[in-house]
Design a protein around this ligand. Structure first.
Ligand code: MSP
Length: 504
């Protein structure tokens, strides 16, 4: 059976991982978990991009062999994902034979079809971005310098004139446009898809796909003085990781940052078309984080490292903030102040205080025990909560994590208001049967919310479910489970430690 196949970009190993990398990877993990919870078979792939000029130069500067340098740094990504509770099913490195063999295979296939040919490349190259630019892409500025046209980069370009293999990208202009037209969900979000459309409509030039001066790469088969261009090499990973299996390809979604959307929305599908392989179902480009209003950069030294945030706020709050702060396709700003505000208002007040308050009441008035069957038939608040489940999951499926969390928080705020209206704390003095009914109804609602939170905050969700007795039941309760009987099981609340403590 085909698995739901999700990929992240392969991260360059020349820099230490920061919140930008964490963002994409956590989002992919949330999507994977949200599918698994509903019984889907999921495959999550991440890994590291290890060839090319940038890594060659960085390893030299570090006084290491490229291999040694990559081994060391690839491990940093792999380890960070563990600490961020990201659970990939596979981690691919572009220096592994399983990948390099597929790169050669694909190159030969394109060559056989006449889609890879030899010529002379004359133009400009950005090493940090590993991207070619033509004379017209990168005109000289007022000081006569050629700078990388990518706004996020703006580093000086290198002039290149060397023999090169080319991929006939130009041939795929029409087929690509046709594919975009016929598959409106292929490129997302829509505003970024529009940019790609304009770009492709403007005409495509053939792409240089080998370097003579770069030694650290996959040698071109049959022409070993060249190595394969690092992007041509790296993109293939999504397919090489799926090779030899019939349950993965095509990928369901490639999640990437906006700056590498073109590679994934234009070059990669054209390569697949040339190789007669099915195209991924969707490429989703999310926005970028700035930090306190500034771009993260070496010169500013303002890279936010995930571990330091996790040390202060915990891994769940970090994951929550990343996906809560802005819609997934938009840019956003990271600041400690913004994190602190959301932490105190949303995680402490709306969520943690609610759970603790409910548990305290059940503990105090009902000695921790819930009735065997939720009373209040017909007027269950839980029903209205359960009705939101399709919306919450539809948003997760659409990678609208921000929207899903918005909906969940609406429910939490609704529950807080519901407590103020029903006043179980007063009922405890006047009408114990009703107090019990109201509280068990609220507990049922929270059990559903606990399930929704699980993909975002696995620890917090586990605590909620343990405290609310869900763990006496199957792992993740669906809304239907709760409504149809599982909640009829006589549950016991275990008033637990507070989920989130207010921070200054
Ligand atoms: N190696 C290429 C990708 C090859 S995929 C076949 C690459 N690597 S990278 O290390 O530079 O990682 C880029 C990715 O990191 C972005 O696409 C994005 O997912 C993430 N981010 C890096 N900086 C970021 C921000 N400031 N904000 C959000 N995400 C960013 O490009």
């Amino acid at each position: 059976m085909k698995k739901y196949y999700i990929t992240t970009p392969l991260y360059y190993v020349n820099a230490a991982p920061h919140i930008g990398h964490a963002y994409t990877t956590v989002a992919a993990d949330v999507l994977a978990r949200s599918k698994r919870i509903r019984g889907a078979e999921v495959h999550l792939l991440t890994g590291t991009d290890e060839h090319g000029q940038k890594i060659e130069e960085a390893s030299k500067a570090a006084g290491k062999s490229p291999k040694e340098f990559c081994d060391e740094n690839s491990g940093k990504f792999r380890d960070l994902w563990k600490r961020l509770d990201v659970r990939p099913d596979d981690f691919i490195r572009t220096t592994e034979p399983r990948h390099e063999n597929r790169v050669r295979e694909l190159f030969l296939k394109l060559k056989e079809r006449g889609d890879a040919y030899k010529g002379l490349y004359r133009g400009w190259y950005c090493v940090p971005d590993e991207t070619f630019f033509s004379e017209t892409d990168a005109p000289p500025d007022e000081k006569g310098r050629r700078l990388c046209p990518n706004k996020e980069c703006r580093k000086p370009l290198q002039q290149i004139e060397e023999e090169s293999w080319f991929f006939k990208l130009s041939k795929y202009q029409e087929p690509l446009l046709k594919h975009y037209r016929e598959h409106p969900g292929f490129l997302r979000p829509a505003h970024r898809a529009a940019e790609i459309l304009r770009f492709v409509e403007g005409g495509l030039q053939d792409l240089s796909i080998s370097r003579q001066k770069v030694k650290w790469g996959v040698p071109v088969p049959g022409d070993e003085s060249h190595t394969i261009y690092v992007w041509f090499d790296a993109l293939i990973n999504y397919w090489s990781a799926a090779a030899g299996r019939d349950d993965l390809w095509p990928a369901d979604v490639h999640i990437v940052g906006k700056e590498i959307f073109r590679f994934h929305a234009v070059i990669w599908p054209a390569m697949l078309m040339a190789a007669d392989l099915p195209l991924p179902k969707c490429v989703f480009a999310h926005g970028w984080w700035t930090v306190d209003g500034d771009k993260m950069s070496k010169s500013k030294g303002n890279f936010v490292d995930a571990d330091s945030v996790v040390a202060e706020f915990g891994v769940d709050a970090f994951r929550y903030f990343l996906l809560r702060e802005m819609p997934f396709g938009n840019d956003g700003d990271y600041s400690k102040g913004a994190l602190l505000r959301r932490f105190n208002a949303e995680l402490v007040n709306d969520l943690s205080n609610l759970v603790y308050r409910v548990e305290t009441m059940v503990d105090k008035y009902l000695e921790g025990k819930l009735p065997a069957k939720p009373p209040l038939d017909g007027e269950l608040y839980t029903k209205s909560v359960a009705e939101r489940a399709p919306e919450v999951y539809a948003k997760m499926d659409a990678l609208d994590f921000h929207g899903a969390l918005d909906a969940i928080w609406e429910v939490l705020r609704g529950l807080n208001t519901h407590i103020e209206h029903t006043k179980p704390f007063k009922l405890a003095k006047t009408d114990m049967a009703r107090c019990e009914a109201v509280l068990s109804d609220i507990v049922s609602s929270l059990r559903i919310v606990g399930g929704w939170l699980d993909p975002f905050m696995p620890h917090t969700a586990a605590k909620i479910q343990m405290q609310l007795g869900v763990r006496q039941f199957p792992d993740a309760l669906t809304a239907e489970d709760v409504l149809t009987g599982v909640s009829a099981h006589p549950g016991r609340i275990q008033k637990g430690p507070i989920l989130f403590m207010r921070k200054m």
